[in-house]
Design a protein around this ligand. Structure first.
Ligand code: PMP
Length: 319
């Protein structure tokens, strides 16, 4: 694999990229039992800053609790019996790995995973934590993407815990996106078990009609941190009405615009879904407004939203 950065943080140590290895009989490799995050750091006027780091770390800890990985991650439990890492430790390690690698704009991937153990029960094996960071540009390569409604249904909410970001969930995502790409589309869109629109393989979705935004209800989706940010920003800063509701594929033709949101994808227009053309190859005007606002905020251009930024350098932290 091409070297992405100099160091990876692994269980408290800064391990050179080439040496960050695990045993082939790793439980999380075989069974998808890891939990992870995707976070982005952006260049801002006061130096690089990580967007909503605390919220991502909180979700990581919640996901880890779902998989009962609390031997290593103690959350906010300060009792002396538990010597695992707390949320602040992981936030600090995230900032430190960006500094160690001399990165500014980058993607950050924390992963909590079990050690080597065969058999489904992870009991008795250790829990590991790693944080990698590397420069990663635009996730989808087009101004407006062409999306295929997948034949693969999003995981039934009673089959797992959909608020947790569990590695195994991504088998469903990979099947859907690979199939969409094999059919000449840029990305997939998954329906939930009731036939309502759920989400992309790694993105939440919004639709636009007039000055109203619509996004699928929680339940069968990963309720994204970007989704929550966009709901807040659209209402507060752009005066748009936002409604969370069940959306059927038959309703798509009634919308003016659609867009994906997520840490990796940021805000990306959807020009076409199956054979329904929305804005074609171009981004619509509301999507553009939302994308520009979002990118302004992550780049530290809006003082009101600096609360969402964690500055990487100690100098800018002390400001
Ligand atoms: N849905 C799925 C399935 C995802 O993998 C992601 C990316 N984490 C999202 C939605 C968007 O979440 P966030 O905005 O928190 O990155």
């Amino acid at each position: 694999m091409q070297k992405l950065s100099d160091y990876i943080w692994l269980n408290g140590e800064f391990v050179p990229f080439e040496d960050s290895k695990i045993h082939i009989l790793n439980h999380s490799l075989h069974y998808g039992s890891g939990v992870f995050e995707g976070i982005r750091c952006y260049e801002a006027p006061d130096g690089p800053a990580v967007f909503r780091l605390d919220d991502h770390v909180k979700r990581l800890f919640k996901s880890a609790a779902v998989m009962r990985m609390d031997s290593r991650l103690r959350g906010n439990d300060k009792s002396s019996e538990n010597d695992g890492w707390g949320e602040k430790d992981i936030e600090g390690a995230t900032l430190e790995i960006i500094r160690r690698n001399n990165l500014t704009e980058c993607y950050i991937r924390p992963l909590v995973f079990f050690g080597e153990k065969m058999g489904l029960d992870p009991k008795g094996t250790e829990v590991n934590v790693m944080i990698a960071a590397w420069p990663w540009g635009k996730y989808l390569q087009k101004e407006a993407v062409k999306v295929k409604i997948s034949d693969f249904t999003r995981i039934h909410p009673k089959s797992s815990v959909m608020t947790a970001k569990i590695s195994g969930h991504y088998a469903n995502s990979i099947l859907a996106s690979t199939d969409a790409k094999n059919h000449g589309y840029d990305e997939a869109l998954l329906l939930d078990y009731k036939g309502n629109i759920a989400e992309g393989p790694g993105e939440n979705i919004f639709f636009v009609k007039g000055n109203q935004l619509f996004t699928p209800n929680k339940g069968s989706i990963l309720p994204g941190i970007t989704r929550a940010s966009i709901i807040e920003l659209a209402q507060r800063e752009l005066g748009l009405r936002v409604k969370e509701k069940d959306i059927k594929p038959e309703e798509i033709k009634e919308f003016d615009e659609a867009f994906f949101v997520g840490t990796a994808v940021e805000v990306n227009a959807i020009g076409q879904i199956n054979n329904i053309r929305l804005t074609g190859e171009k981004e619509g005007p509301i999507t553009k407004q939302i994308r520009e606002l979002y990118l302004g905020i992550v780049h530290g251009k809006e003082k009101n939203y600096e609360k969402w930024l964690s500055f990487v350098s100690e100098k800018s932290l002390q400001k």
